[in-house]
Design a protein around this ligand. Structure first.
Ligand SMILES: [Zn+2]
Ligand SMILES: [Zn+2]
Length: 350
């Protein structure tokens, strides 16, 4: 028997047991007997105490590998024991992974708790106001973060819209910019434009930005931008300064309220009618829009609804306006005539 001669322990065992059984095939391993001219079988001992000796071929070792193993001081483990070790290692790695994922899950619920606390603490300190001035927080079951975001693609309730404005004329990043970069830069551009133009704005006002409509790489006109603010008071400040808002190169930025579809359509029909009256020579100062009605010199000219604008018949043209609020001149809104909002219902996409 040619044992692994580099390992005295292995040789001792082989010599001390005249009949040695291969732990794989369970046949005896023939020992060398010079007197009787018997050449021993090549065998090797696995270092695993519960294993033992085995034929070279049973261990799947080539002659050359056997020679180099025989002169090596490294412990030898048979393929079966190595597989066994690997299986145990895989099991222990799986346990570690399971520990790590429960750590991650604990951490993410901590982060979720913290962001919930932040969103409940910071809006109050930024804009001290009664609670209806704050965007409603969602329950944590909806989302790991309670922070509402316009990326949710959910329809906006009317109570959410008072935190939103639609901005036209904010330059858009060129084609090929990643979504994440575009979103961050849109946010920075909006914060910078509004920060420069609206002095009373709080520095942390802009919460989120979303481009409206499909991206058209051939268009030179930037898409309009839906901006969500942390405070409805900031929205009011911006609306009151909206004729003074410009980009850094002096181009005007048009600001509109985020109206529900029905009101957007009505506004669009009213403005269209107003444009056609101006084209026909009606004096700009004599046209007033109030609610869904358009008045010329305080006389009701017609009303808009979701289907379009309807002119009042001559017989009723002297109807006295009954709306409780005072007429609002559209002088401050003339900027919308050239704004890209002529589509009354842009779809919300990115
Ligand atoms: Zn064997
Ligand atoms: Zn073994």
């Amino acid at each position: 028997m040619t044992a692994r001669n580099s390992n005295p322990k292995s040789n001792t065992k082989a010599k001390g047991n005249p009949v040695c059984i291969c732990s794989i095939c369970e046949d005896p391993i023939a020992e060398q007997d010079e007197k009787r001219g018997i050449a021993g079988e090549e065998a090797i001992e696995c270092e695993n105490p519960s294993c033992g000796w085995m034929h070279r071929l049973c261990a799947g070792i080539s002659k050359s590998a056997f020679r180099s193993l025989s002169s090596s001081l490294d412990p030898f483990f048979c393929p079966y024991c190595r597989l066994d070790f690997q299986a145990k290692e895989i099991t222990s790695l799986k346990e570690k992974i399971s520990d790590l994922s429960s750590t991650v899950s604990n951490l993410s619920s901590l982060v979720s708790d913290l962001s919930q606390k932040l969103s409940s603490v910071f809006p109050t300190t930024r804009a001290p106001a009664h609670s209806s001035d704050q965007p409603p927080a969602r329950s944590s079951s909806d989302h790991p973060s309670a922070r509402p975001t316009v990326h949710d693609r959910t329809p906006f309730s009317d109570s959410q819209r008072k935190f939103n404005l639609v901005l036209h004329g904010i330059p858009e990043n060129p084609h090929g910019t990643s979504l994440r970069v575009r979103q961050r830069q849109d946010h920075d551009k909006v914060a910078s434009v509004l920060g420069d133009s609206v002095p009373s704005l709080s520095s942390v006002s802009v919460r989120d930005c979303l481009r409206l409509g499909k991206y058209d790489r051939h268009s030179t006109k930037p898409r309009s931008l839906l901006v969500k603010f942390n405070s409805s008071k900031d929205v009011q400040s911006i609306l009151s300064e909206r004729t003074n808002i410009h980009t850094s190169d002096g181009s005007p930025v048009y600001v509109k309220r985020d109206l529900p579809l029905k009101e957007r359509k009505i506004e669009s029909y009213l403005l269209k009618e107003r444009r056609s009256l101006l084209d026909k020579g009606t004096a700009r100062s004599s046209i007033k829009i109030r609610g869904s009605g358009l008045y010329i010199d305080t006389l009701l000219h017609g009303r808009a609804d979701i289907t379009g604008f309807t002119c009042q018949s001559a017989a009723h043209s002297d109807v006295t306006p009954t709306h409780p609020s005072t007429p609002v001149s559209l002088e401050t809104n003339t900027q919308f005539e050239n704004s890209p909002s002529s589509d009354p219902c842009p779809s919300i996409q990115d």
